[in-house]
Design a protein around this ligand. Sequence first.
Ligand code: SAM
Length: 371
Amino acid sequence: MDNKRLKVVSLFSGCGGLDLGLEQAGFKVVWANDIDNAAVETYEYNINPQIIKSEIKDIHVDSIPQCDILAAGFPCQPFSSAGSRKGIEDERGTLFEEAIRVIDSKKPLVVVFENVRGLLSIKNTDGSLLLNSIIATLEDVEPGYTVTYKLLKASDYGVPQQRYRVFIIGVRNDINQSFEFPSPTHSIDDKTLTVGNIIKGIKNLPNQNDVWKLSPQSENMIPFIPEGGSWKDVPYEELPERLKGIRDNIKKYRSPNFYRRYSRDEINGTITAAATPENCGILHPLENRRYSIREIARIQSFPDDFVFKGDSIAAKYRMIGNAVPPKLGEVIGKAILDMLGKINPVCLEDLRNGHTQLDLFENDKGCTLLL
Ligand SMILES: C[S@@+](CC[C@H](N)C(=O)[O-])C[C@H]1O[C@@H](n2cnc3c(N)ncnc32)[C@H](O)[C@@H]1O
């Protein structure tokens, strides 16, 4: 059974949010890599014991198996020279280029990149858009990839979180298919996605007692913030000096909504890797504390039996905040399978084995459908 499933190589895999989703869609992750101890321990426990803990730059491509799909949520670093792989100041290149190195060697049928919304506006040092460099570089990898990208909102696909992430999908040109991003399946009024619904019945589940203590400053402010409120509800005299300064010039700072405490009727905001109450929706609606690890895992659509490992509480919050919600990964995975399902299965098998469209045509293997 397993050898029929399309194979994924996963770079920057973290604790495996995207990979779990791809497996739920029907793929098999055959190799994964990350540098973070706690993320690797969690991945080993829940998904695949084969994950390699290493700096990606130290991994030779020969030690990575062939794959059909290459997935990578690389941390963003602007290029020092747009579109040129030679102009990079760090002679070992950016982390995005590490993904390109593997793609160039393995020639997967499909490439899945995921990144923060900021990727849409990050500039290279010459002022050009990093996103355009990424697309151009991927288009140029032999035998060429057709690239499409979209900013997706996770709650549109049934994840109980208003989280935006950019997905970039590259399809190898010779498979002659175009990738279509799936249409939204859920509305913002969907009551199944609300905080109240998500934090129900969670008491005895793994990681529910993992709660990262707030700083004394936050502990002091939070009792003033009602369910559905924010720092705007905290009396001026209770604010720390820095926030008093912002409150004094609120227009200049464009009315920031710090210390947001979502109500049970709302869909939660983004859970970030830093999990700071100042900048993300990490406060429990009723109790004066951060959400527990299990609560944010649910907001990220991880199943209740997915256990987060590691000695450091901050590392657990970080790996969950960094993750692609598995449900969103599954939606993307199914859309890729739908696309690949349009290919004649005999041809798909040959394409997976490293043949090109032209080989198949010349060998008269009945694959003219591809042309
Ligand atoms: C945004 S997270 C990826 C999350 C993952 N896609 C998921 O869905 O769970 C980026 C990951 O890259 C890893 N990373 C950063 N620099 C790395 C490097 N030089 N080599 C290997 N992994 C690295 C981090 O530890 C982090 O887990």
